[in-house]
Each structure stands twice: as C-alpha cells, then as structure tokens.
Design a protein around this ligand. Structure first.
Ligand code: SIN
Ligand code: FE2
Length: 212
C-alpha cells in the first residue's frame, strides 16, 4: 500500500484527513525551544486532576487566549491560569506559525488556533485513549507537535474498539487530524527510557486547537 502523499514524501496520510508531517517542526527548532522555555517560566507545568480526583500523569500547562484545564469540576477551557490567576502566556509567534502552516500543509486552510496545551511526559508516562471534544467547532483540526524523547502515538477510529494504528513520533514530528478524523480516539503509549540532547528524558507535546 502506498501510504505516501507522492508530492512530499515526509507527509504520510495515516487516516482520512489525518497526516503525519515527519520532522516538520525541525526547521524552526531553535525558536520553538526558546519560546517553550519562556512559556514554561510564566505558566509552570502542573499535574491536574480529573473530576474523579485522579491526577493526570502528564504535567500540563497552556499558552494562548484559552487554556485547557481539568479539576474536580471537570474539563474546560479557561482564559486564566488557576494557579496564578493571570491570563495564560501569549501564544508565541513561532508556535502560531508552526500550527497554521502544519494545518495548511494537511489541507486545513485558515486554522486560527487560540489554545495551545503543553504536555510534559516523563519516562513511563502515558495518556489513555480519548477524543478531543471540549472545543466548540469540530470543523477545526488538531495540530500536535512532538518534542524531546520519542513516543508511540496510537490513532484509533470513532469508537474505542476500531483498529488502532501505532505511529512512532520523534522530536519535530507533527500530526494533524481533522475532518472525518477529528473525533478519532487517540492515546500515547508509556514512554520508553531515552534522552534527548536538549530536553533530557522528557517528551513535550504541543497541542494546538481552536477552542472558543
Ligand atoms: C493528547 O492527545 O492530548 C496528547 C497527544 C500527544 O501527547 O501526542
Ligand atoms: Fe488528545
């Protein structure tokens, strides 16, 4: 089966309207990492809890007009960081440009992300199978950027029992899903021991969304 797009061999269609853009974030890596450090210094990573009181194993923070938060009340988007009561840090230009051009590259023209969730995974950390459905407009795609140590992204269908693809993600890879795949279930397998020369034994994931 020819999974490649044909025009750009680094663009792989993993499912209907879902694409892996291999190494796409590397072109602007230096600016991205500098801006990531800046955001993390303003809005510290923290372990949020779910409605049921369980700590989410990835540490999280946000930048942009809206941030994804979870606590005993449940999940929602909020314009303020509940820890500092300040607005979330502005979405850096390098982040915005990457999100917009990734979406465009995957066929989603006019994406205007207002939320960037930052997940930090340690070795052994995983993320369970879920759908991204706290956003208002499911016509807008999800842009997901991987930095640091590798992970295996599990991309399923519209039900949990659909066939699951296991996609290895490396530093600089971008996954974009929308349209017919927008509500597909997805997960991250427990991270294997590894080290990245700059980011150490961590993986950072930037998830860009149009939330509001
Ligand atoms: C998520 O789906 O929320 C995170 C995906 C990832 O870490 O790549
Ligand atoms: Fe997700």
């Amino acid at each position: 089966m020819d999974l490649f797009d044909g025009i750009e061999t680094n663009k792989l269609e993993i499912s209907n309207e879902a694409f892996l853009l291999k190494g796409y974030a590397l072109a602007n890596e230096v600016a991205l990492l500098k801006d990531l450090t800046q955001v993390l210094s303003q809005a510290p990573l923290r372990h949020m809890v779910t409605k049921n009181g369980f700590a989410i194993s990835a540490a999280m923070t946000n930048c942009g007009a809206l941030g994804w938060v979870s606590d005993r009340q449940g999940y929602r988007y909020d314009s303020k960081d509940p820890i500092t009561d300040n607005h979330w840090p502005l979405m850096p230009e390098s982040f915005q440009q990457l999100a917009i051009s990734s979406a465009e590259n995957a066929g989603f023209v006019g994406f205007q992300p207002d939320a960037c969730l930052i997940n930090q995974y340690q070795v052994g950390t995983s993320m369970g199978l879920h759908q991204d459905k706290n956003e208002l407009d499911f016509n807008q795609p999800i842009v997901s950027v991987s930095l640091g140590i590798p992970a295996v992204f599990k991309f399923c269908g519209l039900t949990r029992t659909d066939k699951t693809l296991k996609i290895p993600l490396a530093h600089g890879d971008v996954v974009v899903w929308g349209g017919q795949s927008r509500l597909n279930f997805h997960a991250i397998a427990p991270l294997k021991m590894n080290t990245h020369p700059i980011l150490g034994a961590y993986r950072y994931n930037l998830t860009f969304r149009k939330a509001g």
